[in-house]
Design a protein around this ligand. Structure first.
Ligand SMILES: Nc1ncnc2c1ncn2[C@@H]1O[C@H](COP(=O)(O)OP(=O)(O)OP(=O)(O)O)[C@@H](O)[C@H]1O
Length: 353
């Protein structure tokens, strides 16, 4: 069931069309991640939903109630929408308990109990109650910010890069913790992030913005394996994009004849494979697709291996591809390796979203 609906949303700042004709549906209790290059309109979208800014066109409907539609604009404090930002924006002079309870009525006899429950929910120990924000770790501060945002039982939670100031390990832990808390509370959320893998692992739905337009929205799996175009494909991870001719459910390309996803019309096209579908083989014959290793970038557990695809006996160098391989098994520069493809390839321009 659609809980939040953005309909043909548009916003202009002077000559810049920050958002244009964006339509997006968010299901009750679900998690949507908004991704896109810098300047693509992610923060603008969040600001319009929060009520910090009004759209020029289109409408926003939350749980059946229009929040913005023509001259009607419900003010931010009447929307029952929570927000957690990158720095947590805690009040430095207030204790943890008072930060968490900031939106609660001071004279409410149930206030202390509610603060305890909220701290419990985000797994903050009781003994942190009287500390000031600067006496907390980054992860603890984000938990306080989340508890404070949950205090007034929001209908929707907006997460504006809440994990970006945390280091990698903590980031993963916090991402899971926040997803968990929101799920248990049954609160739908919109997450803006620059981190594609964070978006893919956090959300049930990922929406890709480009130049203020919605390029594609869908499940993380459908966007990753069946992106609409090569820009979305590369934005969400490493992609191998090749020219191909489609015939009888197969693509003829530089990697041979590969089965394709779905029923695709015959003709010239472009296909995409994710690098993890390609397997390198040592000692393969010259008739098989092969690649020459041109560079190896060591990065700890994995190395980024650059290969030039070759064709036929002459070994004519064709397209460049990059594969992330376990460093223990990484080839050396100059080696010629056979390439086997696992699974089906995706024909670009045929995404269902
Ligand atoms: N208040 C403003 N005045 C003028 N232009 C603005 C304003 N806010 C945003 N813009 C412009 O609107 C466009 C979208 O900006 P927005 O901040 O929404 O992008 P973003 O995707 O969040 O970018 P980033 O990833 O860099 O945070 C940009 O071109 C930006 O320069």
């Amino acid at each position: 069931m659609t809980f939040l609906r953005l309909e043909a949303l548009g916003k202009r700042y002077g000559s810049v069309q920050a958002l244009g004709d964006v339509t997006l549906a968010v299901a009750a209790g679900s998690r949507t991640a908004i991704v896109g290059p810098s300047g693509s309109g992610k923060s603008t979208l969040l600001r319009l939903v929060a009520g910090f800014d009004a759209p020029d066109s289109g409408r926003i409907v939350l749980d059946g109630q229009p929040l913005a539609e023509g001259a009607l604009v419900v003010p931010a404090h009447r929307r029952a929408i929570g927000m957690v930002s990158q720095d947590g924006a805690l009040f430095p002079h207030l204790s943890v308990a008072d930060n968490v309870g900031f939106g609660l009525e001071r004279r409410d006899p149930g206030r202390a109990r509610r603060i305890d429950d909220l701290m419990n929910m985000v797994e903050l120990r009781r003994e942190l109650r009287e500390r000031r924000p600067h006496e907390l770790s980054g992860g603890q501060q984000q938990r306080v910010a989340l508890a404070r945002a949950l205090a007034r039982s929001p209908r929707l939670m907006l997460l504006d890069e809440p994990f970006s100031a945390l280091d990698t390990g903590l980031r993963d832990t916090m991402r899971r913790a926040v997803a968990d808390v929101l799920q248990r509370a049954g609160v739908a959320s919109l997450l803006v992030t620059h981190d594609q893998s964070e978006a893919l692992s956090f959300a049930d739905q990922v929406a890709v913005l480009r130049e203020g337009r919605l390029a594609q929205a869908g499940s993380p799996q459908s966007l990753y394996f069946q992106p609409m175009d090569s820009a979305t494909a590369s934005f969400l991870g490493e992609a191998v994009v090749l020219d191909a001719t489609i015939r009888d459910g197969h693509a003829d390309c530089r990697l041979g004849r590969l089965p394709v996803h779905g029923a695709i019309t015959d003709g010239p096209s472009r296909i995409m494979l994710r690098p993890e579908q390609l397997h390198l083989r040592r000692g393969s014959d010259a008739s098989a697709p092969r690649g020459r290793v041109t560079a190896v970038e060591f990065a700890g557990a994995h190395s980024l291996v650059h290969l030039s695809l070759m064709r036929g006996e002459s070994g004519t160098v064709e397209t460049e591809i990059r594969l992330r391989l376990p460093s223990l098994d990484a080839p050396s520069v100059g080696e010629v390796l056979g390439l086997a493809v696992a699974g089906r390839c995706h024909v670009l321009g045929t995404a269902a979203g």
